[in-house]
Design a protein around this ligand. Structure first.
Ligand SMILES: [Zn+2]
Length: 114
């Protein structure tokens, strides 16, 4: 555990997910709370199976960002064509998101908490 990680846990628990990894279509993605470029809130890297979340986000933005990056991973593993018709995109994302949240109930509770 790095010093930076410990400081974040002590000062802003609501900005951190309750787990360090998320199962996305049977692919274990590590959640990395990280320093990112100032223009970047998060990043999904399917090659290394890591989701990076910027370390200074407020709780609602952190949750939105994690969900956004999970959807990028879902699109990757669903081999979604780009650009996909909107109805197909929404349908696949909704189904994929439901599956991921059902498989990660602690994360779902955290994302939908207020
Ligand atoms: Zn994006």
């Amino acid at each position: 555990m790095s010093t930076k990680w410990a400081i974040i846990i002590d000062t802003d628990m609501g900005s951190l997910p309750p787990c360090r990894s998320v199962d996305i279509f049977a692919h274990k993605y590590k959640i990395v709370i990280d320093e990112l470029h100032r223009d970047e809130l998060g990043r999904c890297d399917p090659t290394t199976q890591k989701i990076h979340i910027r370390n200074d986000l407020l709780p609602d933005t952190a949750k939105d960002t994690l969900l956004h990056e999970i959807i990028h991973a879902i699109c990757f593993h669903a081999e979604l064509p780009d650009p996909a018709p909107e109805e197909s995109l929404v349908s696949r994302i909704a189904t994929g998101l439901r599956i991921v949240l059902c498989q990660n109930p602690d994360l779902a509770t955290w994302i939908f908490s207020r």
